[in-house]
Design a protein around this ligand. Structure first.
Ligand code: NAD
Ligand code: LMR
Length: 341
């Protein structure tokens, strides 16, 4: 079946002088797909990507509700052409020709759950979607949001390896929300504008694997050990703070959509060839002995062009790194085993 186009009436009523084309004079842009576009993250992320001038085509795929979300978003008078795709039979059309695929598909946590408790459902969802990517847009940059990120990124890598399309530079786990939170919380403690704060957050995206490097905050500053304990714990438990406040209605969606849009924009600026684009992301890495690790990466035309070193860590951070690595090793192995079992 045809995709649930944003202009379903167009073929019946030939009143439009241009169909599905960008406004005249608009700069050429990138083609972006959101998989899980009707969800709590997907909808506001679709809104934000429709506002991004670097996006020329926006494909919204989900197993439910994409016609409504697509119709709604498509009425925004911004440059991107929006098309909706509903259900597995339309996955290939959703993916064909994409430059960037963002994946927020999957179930979120409820109070009392860890991100790893989502593995059984989300691992299969990510596998299916990545099989589609390998087939239809093997050169696309892939941003994985679905939890547990520490395992879903290795799952995606294994799917791509099996398909013969794996390019570690193009597969990125989205950990931007940890940086966004860290900047906000550090800004609060120091009385600084959070937009002026940059905290590197390395490791992974779950509990103790989230390792803020408070010794490397920009602008340079120092913290008491009480502040370090408070900030580290709040950053590591930021997701749980939201899950508990939502009391069963899901996890972070709005701040996550903001973070995902920020990260996707950085990937697109990299693809465009902008210089000096550096973000933290969970990627295939040699920064530690582990196969995947989040750290600052420099983005460019081919995705991850450089993985930056961790820099000097203090004793507190070195201890945190050891804890993070123990858990990350298990989460990575769990993802690899899921595909190769
Ligand atoms: P949600 O339930 O509101 O939305 C998920 C969407 O995925 C739904 O619309 C659902 O229909 C869709 N979906 C389910 N199976 C699908 C499939 N096979 N193909 C395509 N779409 C499918 O959940 P949410 O709050 O948007 O969270 C989504 C995921 O993102 C969760 O796993 C959550 O834990 C994760 N998350 C990650 C971060 C991060 O920092 N990386 C932050 C917040 C949430
Ligand atoms: C987050 O950090 O908000 C997400 O990973 C969602 C969650 O389950 O906490």
């Amino acid at each position: 079946p045809d995709p649930a186009s944003s202009h379903p009436q167009m073929e019946e009523v030939p009143l439009l002088r241009g169909s599905n084309c960008r406004a005249k004079g608009a700069a050429p842009g990138f083609k972006v797909a959101i998989l899980g576009a009707a969800g709590g993250i997907g909808q506001p992320l679709a809104l934000l990507m429709k506002m991004n001038p670097l996006v020329s085509v926006l494909h919204l795929y989900d197993v439910v509700n994409t016609p409504g979300v697509t119709a709604d978003i498509s009425h925004m008078n911004t440059g991107a052409v929006v098309r909706g795709f509903l259900g597995q039979p339309q996955l290939e059309n959703a993916l064909t020709g994409m430059d960037l695929v963002v994946i927020p598909a999957g179930v979120p946590r409820k109070p009392g759950m860890t991100r790893d408790d989502l593995f059984n459902i989300n691992a299969g969802i990510v596998r299916t979607l990545c099989e589609g990517i390998a087939k239809c847009c093997p050169k696309a940059i892939v941003n994985v949001i679905s939890n547990p990120v520490n395992s879903t990124v290795p799952i995606a890598a294994e799917v791509f390896k099996k398909a013969g399309t794996y390019d570690p530079k193009r597969l990125l786990g989205v950990t931007t929300l940890d940086v966004v939170r860290a900047n906000t919380f550090v800004g609060e403690v120091l009385g600084l504008d959070p937009r002026e704060v940059n905290v590197p957050v390395v490791g992974g995206h779950a509990g103790v694997t989230i390792l803020p490097l408070l010794s490397q905050v920009n602008p340079a500053c120092s913290f008491t050990s009480e502040e370090v304990n408070h900030l580290t714990s709040r950053i590591q438990n930021g997701g749980t703070e939201v899950v508990e406040a939502k009391a069963g209605a899901g996890s972070a969606t709005l701040s996550m959509a903001y973070a995902a849009a920020k990260f996707a924009d950085a990937c697109l600026r990299g693809l465009r060839g902008d210089a000096g684009i550096v973000e933290c992301s969970y990627v295939a890495s040699q920064v530690t002995e582990l196969p995947f690790f989040a750290s600052k990466v420099r983005l460019g035309r081919s995705g991850v062009e450089e993985i930056l070193p961790l820099g000097p860590l203090n004793e507190f951070e070195r201890a945190g790194l050891e804890k993070a690595k123990r858990e990350l090793a298990q989460s990575t192995q769990k993802g690899v085993t899921f595909i190769n079992k």
